[in-house]
Ligand binder design. Structure first.
Ligand SMILES: [Fe+2]
Ligand SMILES: [Fe+2]
Length: 185
């Protein structure tokens, strides 16, 4: 960094960040997972799109947009906290699904995995007594409850309807109230 020495030639203390390097690394990993979730959902949406199930496709295209918004929330938080955003490699998204149940089940598994990672992040923020990070992460704790509940309900509906009756699921998705638009990150 250019500003490592002051006018008197002595080293200036390093600018203080609001997040530790441990938290910074964990937040960067989470940015990768949120972008990864977005790609997974584009992939699941595409499976439904090519299966001529437009409501299910739209549901997952919207989820994909939400995950990108989540990633951007983390990006802004790391930047606002004086950290450095370093986006990791994103694994290829799974693209082959054998059934609607398989595709929705993959989404639910993702949400459970993400919930575990959000809990781990919150655990680190608690251990470090980082109250700013805790407050930021609280939004994601509440969001995960909503995501696991809504995708779990969708999976139960797919299972109840069966693969031969997915038009009933289309109807369910079409009638389902949509979550209010999120404020821009
Ligand atoms: Fe997310
Ligand atoms: Fe999610």
């Amino acid at each position: 960094m250019a500003k490592s020495t002051g006018g008197d030639g002595r080293a200036k203390p390093r600018e203080r960040k609001l997040i530790s390097s441990t938290l910074e690394a964990a937040l960067n990993a989470q940015i990768g997972r949120e972008f990864g979730a977005s790609l997974e959902y584009v992939s699941i949406a595409s499976y439904f799109d090519r299966s001529s199930l437009p409501q299910l496709a739209d549901f997952f295209y919207r989820q994909a947009d939400e995950e990108k918004m989540h990633a951007m929330k983390f990006v802004h938080f790391v930047n606002d906290s004086g950290g450095e955003v370093a986006i990791p490699a994103i694994p290829a998204a799974r693209h082959a699904f054998v059934s609607a149940e398989d595709a929705v089940n993959a989404a639910l598994a993702w949400e459970h995995a993400v919930t575990g990672h959000i809990n781990d992040l919150m655990g680190t923020a608690l251990d470090e007594r980082n109250f700013i990070a805790q407050q930021f992460l609280q939004w994601f704790v509440a969001e995960q409850l909503e995501e696991v509940a809504s995708i779990g309900e969708l999976l139960a509906t797919v299972e109840r309807a069966g693969e031969g009756n997915l038009l009933a699921v289309e109807d369910y998705v079409a009638r389902r109230p949509q979550a209010a638009a999120e404020p821009a990150p």
